[in-house]
Design a protein around this ligand. Structure first.
Ligand code: SME
Length: 161
């Protein structure tokens, strides 16, 4: 298949609806987790232009940064720390409309104003998180949550994290 992403315009739902099948087509049949996560991060960044899109993976009891697009980020995050560590600990998506109002937020980039973190599950365990940062306040809502949760479910081979 073509590796060119067809960038959609329209509402957020229309953009996600156009993106998801393309992402599925790219990762389908590929079992290498790093390859798939890299392409997912790239596709989201291309479509939405967010500041930072990427994955942190649970390794030896910590989150360690994985494939991402955007500015250089913190390498390791402990359980319960920051938005990512809290999402991991609580095993649920966290939407942060204003990062400065989130106690313990870890500022990897001073440009980040709002954030969403979506856990990636394998066999009922959180094996990593998808983290997205935006340069504007209030970027993410329940609609992003639904689509991004759907997207991370499509990741095959997360057990090789
Ligand atoms: N802000 C995150 C840290 C990761 S970076 O945004 C890439 C947090 O508070 O967990």
């Amino acid at each position: 298949m073509s590796e060119d992403l067809n960038i959609a315009t329209g509402t957020k739902a229309e953009q996600y609806a156009a993106l998801l099948p393309q992402v599925r087509a790219v990762i389908e049949g590929e079992k290498d987790a790093v390859a798939n996560l890299a392409n997912i991060a790239a596709a989201l960044k291309e479509q939405f232009g967010w500041l930072w899109v990427g994955f942190y993976m649970v390794k030896d009891g910590e989150l360690v940064v994985g494939p991402f697009q955007g500015p250089v980020a913190c390498t390791r995050i402990r359980k319960g720390k920051g938005v990512c560590g809290a999402s991991w600990q609580q095993a649920r998506t966290l939407i942060v409309p204003d990062v400065e109002a989130f106690p313990g937020h870890i500022a990897c980039s001073s440009l980040s104003k709002s954030e969403i973190v979506v856990p990636v599950f394998h066999d009922g365990e959180v094996v990593g998180v998808l983290d997205v940062d935006s340069v504007t306040l209030n970027t993410f809502d329940e609609e992003d949550q639904r689509w991004l949760e759907e997207l991370v479910k499509a990741i095959p081979g997360v057990n090789v994290f």
